[in-house]
Design a protein around this ligand. Structure first.
Ligand code: PRX
Length: 656
């Protein structure tokens, strides 16, 4: 069958059926097959997951109970013993995969490295032994603050191997943000590098670690393990800091994987919420291993011949689930890239695809928009014919960007999987299964088997087709977050009581608005809370406001997102100053830099608007909705009757 042209498909409601040849070789081959599986899973999710856990993973000891659900706290595979590092490494060593490439790594300055499963296993064991030698025991938390080098994955797997939960902190976060996270997690050890490459420059990671740990600010940290990467000069604190390469030289290459309880903590990953400081999302071992394994296998239609590349950073959940754990658990070849498109090499992503013959490419809408801007000639000048599947994640994708991705990168032959999920969900929740589910540009399509998703109103009642509402999940799933680290109450309040439980039934509130069309397809509209999504990075407005207010010049700050062609949303801060300060360009720059210092460059406001006052309700709450309208240059929408002083709006408009 010849594939329909894009024009004809557009005519047919922009529905893209999976290419026939693709379906023929896929594990799930048709919509009917998907629906059958979905029904089967929905009828008995516990049985569905237990069968898969049995088939797909190796357990040291089988579980006694599949699910223990004491809403909102879940335990999966209770009594089971497992190790995810074992499932990602050891079990492949007894097969032909022993000498298969596990990680293909491309460094920014042009260096590269391939680690086979046997080599990766060896290095992970060595690092596990070094970590133990540095006094880390099962249950101790290890902070990882690394560039995109293989040692980042090695560190994660080494921690998992000995049962030390890791907390990876994105290398773009500032020393201040790093300190907060290490402190909250009570980390014992930090694994970092002398630096990392970022767009032709060196990111001084170790310097940030020194700042974060200065004045004994994080007393739980006893040691710092430093990977030599860039060779730039750094300070090594005697007794505290150790070169990885030195210790590796004498480390044994064998370290048995610790049998972990299914519910032992695997990692903490901090993410922004609506209130206060970032929360530590806790994921545990067995359920997470299973869910990331199965979703990687089905949503990417993973084959042993694939060269799979997810462009995320390891510091985000996407890097955890879909660079490291999901792909390696499947015995796949996963590509890691240290670089990013930059003016000196705008086509570098396509060079990587061509060089390694990448078959599955998974990136974010913000990157796709940047590719569009840089021009079609860049991908067109490379051979991308190896690609067979494309993926996207992080924010709603605009249909035009989807179409460009499909046409230019995928040569109108690769299915696109638009995967909706979150740090909290651990893995894909709503996604096409590419051999089975026809896609529509801009829709994440249908829920993964075993996931009961719905769109409801604030009372929890399902809304009609195409009516907007809140995206919820109605049944626990294996990789769901278990709690907020150290704050179970916050976990309950944030995710499970926003929509009140009905008849003891708890709904997981994702914080996203969505609608469902007549075909049951989900269209995620974006956050409905005070979280903004800048270039696929999630930031709480409160966090940025707190950073601003910590500057002596700032009396009050309100932060909102405004639509941005490239980044999705851009940060706009409304700031009122203390009496003795005057607004100036200089101060604006200083405040922007202050936010970078407090959080990191990802939180730098695009714009700061000084104002004498902020629009508030009579009870003193800042009306962000109005500020959002102002920031976007729109007319003020909706009711303003609760506004305390209407003059404020006129002033703000005048000043805008
Ligand atoms: O708003 C949704 C958006 O990203 C949020 C989750 O952010 P984070 O925890 O940082 O995880 C990002 C990577 C999984 C969601 O609440 N989001 C993520 N994927 C999509 C999306 N919005 C629309 N479509 C998606 N495919």
């Amino acid at each position: 069958m010849t594939q329909p042209t894009i024009e004809s498909i557009l005519h047919e409601d922009r529905m893209f059926p999976p290419p026939e040849e693709f379906s023929a070789q896929a594990e799930l081959k048709s919509l009917e097959e998907y629906r059958r599986l979905y029904q089967e899973a929905a009828a008995n999710p516990e049985k569905f997951w237990a069968d898969l856990a049995d088939k797909e993973l190796q357990w040291f000891q089988k579980w006694d109970k599949v699910l223990d659900w004491q809403p909102p706290f879940a335990k999966w595979f209770v009594g089971g013993k497992i190790n995810i590092s074992y499932n990602c490494l050891d079990r492949h060593l007894t097969t032909w995969r022993k000498n298969k490439a596990a990680i293909i790594w491309q460094g920014e300055p042009g260096d590269s490295r391939t680690l086979t499963y046997a080599q990766l296993h060896r290095e992970v064991c060595q690092m596990a032994n070094v970590i133990k030698q540095l006094g880390v025991k099962k249950g101790d938390v290890v902070g990882i603050y690394m560039p995109m080098i293989p040692e980042a994955a090695v560190a994660m797997l080494a921690c998992a191997r000995i049962g030390a939960p890791h907390t990876v902190i994105f290398g773009g976060f500032s020393a201040e943000a790093l300190k907060d996270r290490l402190k909250d997690a009570e980390a014992k050890l930090v694994i970092t590098a002398d630096g990392g490459w970022r767009k032709d420059a060196i990111v001084p990671l170790k310097e940030q670690v020194d700042k974060a740990l200065g004045d004994n600010a994080v007393p739980s940290v006893d040691n710092v393990l430093v990977v030599k990467r860039t060779g730039n000069k750094i300070h090594m604190e005697p007794g505290r800091d150790h070169w990885w390469q030195d210790l590796q030289a004498n480390a044994k290459a064998d370290c048995p994987a610790e049998p972990m309880d299914s519910e032992d903590m695997l990692f903490i990953l901090y993410t922004s919420g609506t209130t206060g400081k970032p929360k530590g999302v806790v994921h545990t071992t067995g359920g997470y291993n299973l869910y990331t394994h199965v979703t990687t296998k089905w949503a990417f239609d993973l084959k042993d011949t694939d060269v799979y590349w997810c462009t995320a950073d390891i510091g985000w959940i996407t890097g955890h689930s879909y660079i490291v754990y999901g792909p390696l658990s499947n015995g796949a070849t996963t590509v890691m890239y240290e670089g990013a498109p930059r003016s000196s090499n705008p086509g570098c992503m396509w060079d990587v695809v061509e060089k390694y013959g990448v078959t599955i490419f998974y990136t974010a809408p913000t990157a796709i928009r940047a590719f569009i801007k840089m021009g079609e000639h860049l991908p067109k000048a490379r051979d991308l014919s190896s690609l067979r599947l494309l993926g996207t994640v992080g924010e709603p994708i605009n249909p035009e960007a989807w179409m460009w991705y499909y046409r230019v990168i995928g040569s109108s032959k690769c299915p696109i999987v638009d995967t909706w999920w979150q740090t909290e969900t651990g893995g894909f929740m709503i996604t096409p299964l590419p051999g089975a589910i026809p896609t529509k540009p801009g829709s994440a399509t249908l829920p993964f088997p075993g996931i009961i998703a719905d769109v409801v109103d604030l009372e929890g009642n399902p809304v009609g087709d195409n009516e907007g509402g809140y995206l919820v999940i109605k049944h626990p799933w294996p990789s769901m977050m278990r709690t907020v680290y150290g704050d179970p109450d916050r976990f309950r309040r944030t995710y499970w009581e926003h929509i009140p439980p009905q008849d003891g039934k708890y709904l997981y509130f994702a914080g996203d608005g969505a609608r469902r069309d007549k075909d049951g397809y989900f269209w995620v509209m974006g956050r409905v809370d005070d979280v903004i999504n800048v270039s696929g990075h999630r930031l709480g407005t409160m966090e940025i406001e707190s950073a601003l207010v910590s500057h002596p010049a700032v009396a009050e700050a309100a932060v909102v997102g405004k639509p941005d062609d490239l980044r999705g949303e851009a940060i706009v801060a409304f700031v009122t100053l203390e009496d003795s300060y005057r607004a100036s360009e200089q101060l604006e720059k200083e405040l922007m830099q202050h936010v970078v210092g407090e959080i990191g460059a990802l939180a730098r406001p695009a714009e700061i608007r000084f104002s004498e006052d902020l629009p508030k309700t009579r009870s003193g709450k800042i009306m962000r909705r109005l500020l959002r309208n102002l920031a976007a240059g729109q007319e003020i929408a909706g009711d303003t009757s609760t506004l305390q002083d209407r003059g404020v709006l006129d002033k703000l408009r005048g000043g805008a």
